[in-house]
Design a binder for this molecule. Structure first.
Ligand code: MG
Length: 372
């Protein structure tokens, strides 16, 4: 069995509202982005699919390198040799992006799942059928807006609420206090300044969060600032969650564990290079009795791929729902939704592969270009 072709169909994602999540995303005006549909074809007629591109990082940013650097490594290979293909792709990671490697890896898992007539989480080895979900905010215009949203999210049944704050540290502390007061002592809260603070600011906020009983303190400082993470973790009692954006993939987790710079590991299928390395990160975390808290995937098929990984591992606590849904959900017929119990499940848990029903009609209608 052989892979005979790999194409990328770029299609428009229009009418995205203005949004801001962090200093590294900036504030993006309302408008359009684009998604790339990866299609891997075989000599047996079966195809595998995945999307790359997000609301703020259009697929054109990665598409050329996916075709030039990675397609030649994939065409002609046996799709069941996923590990071999992954290692060949990762060896080129300095000449492409983890997002491109991830998109191909996910499409290969989708393809193999379809051939085996099994959903990916069952190929990996199923552990559970659902997981509690939390919601994470955009950067909102006022402290009142955070309080109002936190109450609404709690009411909607989510198991927790994560604040992406304006990242002025004194203002952020006030927001964290007001939200804690509004939702009560028992509701799960997290803070994610997305790499914005220096050490002194991170320390001030961390001290406030330990008094407010926040569940985790995510990426307070730059993702290459291991030295200050080690110091900060010794200075504050609130658990630190780092490694979402740390440079590199699976192997880059080693120093964070060895130097005890974080309490959790973090990653998703896009930033870490696919399902294959994300499962390895989870297994590595398990050996150290740590959990892997999976970052949202930025688009619909990445979120499906993340959920398959979560359903196959014991050491993950919750699923991230980034607000609003209109910046995440696009291009599939039925997306992942929260249930009445505050858990998420696959819409069709028996569907083979990713189990995401791709909206090919929409893609045809919004098609910009096919890269070969
Ligand atoms: Mg984050």
């Amino acid at each position: 069995m052989k892979i005979t072709d790999l194409t990328v169909t770029i299609f428009a994602w229009d009418n995205i509202p203005a949004r801001s999540y962090a200093r590294h995303t900036g504030t993006v005006a309302a408008g359009s982005s684009e998604v790339g549909l990866v299609t891997i074809s075989t000599d047996q007629g079966v195809q595998g699919h995945s999307f790359f591109g997000t609301n703020s990082r259009g697929a054109y940013m990665d598409a050329t390198t996916l075709i030039r650097a990675l397609k030649p490594l994939v065409v002609g290979q046996n799709p069941w040799n996923r590990e071999e293909i992954f290692q060949k792709m990762w060896a080129r990671n300095l000449h492409t992006t983890a997002r491109c490697i991830g998109a191909i890896d996910i499409a290969l898992w989708d393809l193999c799942g379809k051939m085996a007539n099994l959903p990916i989480y069952k190929m990996l080895g199923a552990y559970r059928s659902s997981i509690p979900a939390y919601s994470s905010s955009e950067v909102l215009p006022s402290k009142e807006a955070y309080v109002e949203e936190a109450l609404r999210i709690k009411e909607a049944g989510f198991h927790g609420y994560k604040i992406h704050p304006p990242t002025n540290y004194e203002e952020d502390i006030v927001i964290c206090r007001d939200v804690r007061k509004a939702v009560g002592d028992d509701y799960r809260l997290m803070l994610d300044p997305s790499l914005a603070y220096n050490y002194i600011e991170a320390l001030q906020v961390g001290k406030a969060l330990e008094d407010l009983n926040y569940y985790w303190y995510e990426d307070p400082m730059d993702c290459d600032d291991l030295t200050n993470y080690v110091k900060l973790r010794q200075m504050v009692r609130v658990p630190i969650l780092a490694t979402e954006r740390s440079y590199g993939g699976f192997q880059a987790m080693a120093p964070w564990i060895m130097y005890q710079a974080t309490d959790f590991l973090r990653g998703d299928v896009a930033i870490k290079g696919g399902i294959t390395p994300l499962v390895k990160i989870a297994n590595l975390a398990e050996a150290f009795h740590m959990t892997l808290e999976v970052h949202h995937g930025g688009n619909s098929t990445n979120n499906f791929a993340n959920l398959h990984v979560i359903l196959s591992i014991p050491n993950s606590g919750q699923y991230e729902f980034l607000l609003p849904a209109t910046t995440q959900n696009y291009g599939v017929i039925e997306d992942i939704k929260i249930g009445k119990d505050g858990h998420v499940r696959l819409p069709n848990p028996d569907a083979p592969g990713l189990g995401a029903e791709i909206d090919f009609g929409l893609i045809e209608q919004k098609k910009l270009e096919v890269l070969k």
